[in-house]
Unconditional design. Structure first.
Length: 115
């Protein structure tokens, strides 16, 4: 599964940004999908998971085979490379917040928030 994240860029503190993630040739709703980010010098960290029932604000569009990460009131500390990740293999005993739960990763999209 090839994931592709997009929508990053340079914004100012307080701005909003919406990232998108799609998969080539695969239906994202068949996978558990999450967003992670990695800031310079820091470990990759969980940002949000996608609930295909629409429960959370980081919503998905099944028809377009896209998942989104809506980020509001951005801060300089939100500066990072943002990745979408997916898996169709549930690894027992591993948290959904743990990156090793996810098998497929996109290339990441850079988000830079200036103060």
């Amino acid at each position: 599964v090839q994931l592709q994240a997009s929508g990053g860029g340079l914004v100012q503190a307080g701005d909003s940004l919406r990232l998108s993630c799609t998969a080539s040739g695969h239906t994202l709703s068949a996978y558990a999908v999450a967003w992670f980010r990695q800031a310079p010098g820091k470990e990759r960290e969980y940002v949000a998971g996608i609930h295909w029932d629409g429960r959370n604000p980081y919503y998905a569009d099944n028809a377009k085979n896209l998942v989104y990460l809506q980020m509001n009131s951005l801060k300089p500390e939100d500066t990072a490379v943002y990745y979408c990740a997916a898996t169709n293999i549930i690894r027992a005993g591993i948290s959904w917040y743990d990156q090793i739960q996810y098998v497929f990763w996109g290339q990441g999209t850079q988000v830079t928030v200036s103060s």
